[in-house]
Design a protein around this ligand. Structure first.
Ligand code: GDP
Ligand code: GDP
Length: 461
């Protein structure tokens, strides 16, 4: 299945050169002078057996190093909107500039998937820039030389799992109530692929280095199948493993495997976070694996929060439980810390496991299945509206300026995670606290622990 890749970055980093290489026709202008005015261009790219659409944002006015002219920002944002994946290109010879940081920021906020490429990496002149690129927090930079065609296999390897993800996601498109704001056009109907096989449950295991991710996945697999040697590259196998887990076809994204690809040892901590981020994007259910001896570290909290913000179902697993002496006290402490430090994940399951002995893994599997089921859950509209009436009666909405906000009707627009829409008279005036009251009520009354619940207020039905 095809996808769209946008090449973004500041002028003169080599975007057009890369575009030309991917598209294979020398269509684009390439100029030594930054700022030759061009607009977004599209081409059909080939890379290995991948076929995709590529968008080039090259040719925007030059930006001084601390600003980003509005037009460039607009075009970049437009390209990012259009793209499934953004390839953010920096110049490895120059290193990271303030303008690069601005781009990184736009991408972090807007892009669905970001890959980072350090271009002009041929020879040794790019080594410093390549290492600096890690600091953008966008994962492992792919060393490229667009001019000399170096690094294309690495680009391919980075795109492949994403491309797989898109075909998996498309194969799994389920029949959902149409989004309220959209008409289902004939065109959309045609584009809908017929699912051919059941999609495996997509699970990411994330956590700090040494939390026990590899041990856990190996234990689940029942054999030492993960790549661990120095020869391990980013291959399909290093990124995900497929198995029947508790009889359920499952694909587990292995961030530990990705980490072992690390060349820059001292950046391990940072890397495992950005790998985690990448895995979170692929996953439906995210297992945040904690080390019982050092639970809820900053890094654990960040990734758990990210998983919530990305709308993934979350299961917290506390590993190395075999080492705990006073399990009762410890468990109470953990639950308290969980509630205090991750209020946004209220109700998410907390499971204790030992990857080493295998204890608790059946409970972990059950929690993952349950979280997935909740994430997919649909509440019938009639029930929702009965529920809404009761909620309104128990706690009437506020009346800013003396005029009560009227909540008229509610429906679940989407699943994965559950999205609810409430039609109301003055959505802009609705205080956050009332929305929270409804969200917490939904979670409790419809038994939706461990999944983000989204609720939006809309002005007119
Ligand atoms: P854009 O503005 O980002 O589209 O950049 P261009 O593709 O126009 O390239 C800007 C300049 O960098 C040109 O002179 C290219 O020849 C040069 N360039 C592009 N890729 C490479 C590369 O991999 N290595 C080196 N050394 N120069 C490159
Ligand atoms: P990763 O970096 O998260 O992949 O962690 P590893 O799987 O490499 O495990 C790190 C260390 O913790 C290794 O020495 C493991 O043997 C150990 N370990 C992992 N799980 C457990 C467990 O459940 N109990 C105990 N006692 N040690 C474990």
């Amino acid at each position: 299945m095809s996808f769209t890749l946008a090449i973004v970055g500041r002028p003169n980093v080599g975007k057009s050169t890369l575009f030309n290489r991917l598209v294979g026709r020398r269509l684009a202008l390439v100029d030594d002078q930054p700022g030759v005015t061009r607009d977004l261009r599209e081409g059909e790219a080939r890379l290995g057996d991948l076929r995709f659409t590529v968008i080039d944002t090259a040719g925007l006015e030059d930006a001084t190093d601390d600003s980003l002219p509005a037009r460039m920002r607009r075009l970049t944002e437009r390209a990012v909107e259009m793209a499934d994946i953004c390839l953010f290109v920096i110049d490895a010879r120059t290193g990271i500039t303030p303008t690069d940081e601005i781009f990184a920021d736009i991408l972090r906020r807007r892009a669905r998937h970001v890959l980072l490429a350090a271009n002009k990496s041929e020879g040794r002149a790019g080594e410093g820039g390549l290492i600096e690129a890690w600091s953008l927090g966008l994962g492992e930079p792919i060393a490229l030389s667009a001019e000399h065609g170096e690094g294309m296999p690495d680009l391919y390897a980075a795109l492949l799992p994403l491309a797989d993800g898109f075909s998996a996601a498309e194969a799994a498109i389920e029949v959902e109530a149409p989004d309220l704001s959209l008409d289902v056009s004939e065109e959309a109907d045609e584009a809908m692929p017929v699912p051919t096989e059941a999609k495996p449950l997509q699970v990411a295991v994330v956590g700090r280095p040494n939390a026990g991710k590899s041990t856990l996945i190996n234990r689940i697999l029942g054999e030492d199948r993960l790549l661990t040697g120095p020869e391990a590259g980013i291959t399909r196998d290093a990124i995900s493993v497929r198995l029947d887990w508790g009889g359920v076809p499952t694909r587990i994204f292995d961030t530990a495997g990705m980490r072992k690809k690390a060349k820059v040892q001292e950046k391990l901590e940072k890397l495992s976070v950005s790998d985690g981020l990448r895995a979170v994007k692929f996953a439906e259910v995210v297992v945040v694996l904690l080390d019982a001896a050092i639970p809820f570290e900053q890094q654990d909290l960040r990734i758990a929060d990210l998983a919530e913000r990305e709308g993934r179902a979350v299961v917290v697993a506390v590993n190395k439980w075999d080492l705990e002496e006073d399990k009762g006290t410890k468990l109470a402490e953990l639950r308290e810390a969980f509630e205090r430090l991750l209020p946004q994940l209220r109700g998410a399951p907390l499971v204790t496991v030992s990857a080493k002995t295998g204890r608790g893994l059946d409970r972990l599997q059950a929690a993952v299945m349950k979280a997935h089921e909740v994430w997919n859950r649909r509440v019938p509209t009639a029930r929702l509206n009965r529920w809404l009436a009761a909620m309104l009666e128990a706690h009437p909405p506020p009346a800013p300026g003396g005029r009560r906000i009227r909540l008229r009707y509610m429906t679940q627009a989407k699943t994965r995670p559950p999205h609810f829409v409430v039609m109301c008279s003055h959505p802009d005036k609705m205080p956050e606290s009332y929305t929270r009251y409804l969200v917490n009520g939904l979670r409790e009354d419809f038994d939706m622990p461990g999944t983000p619940v989204r609720l939006v207020m809309r002005g007119q039905a």
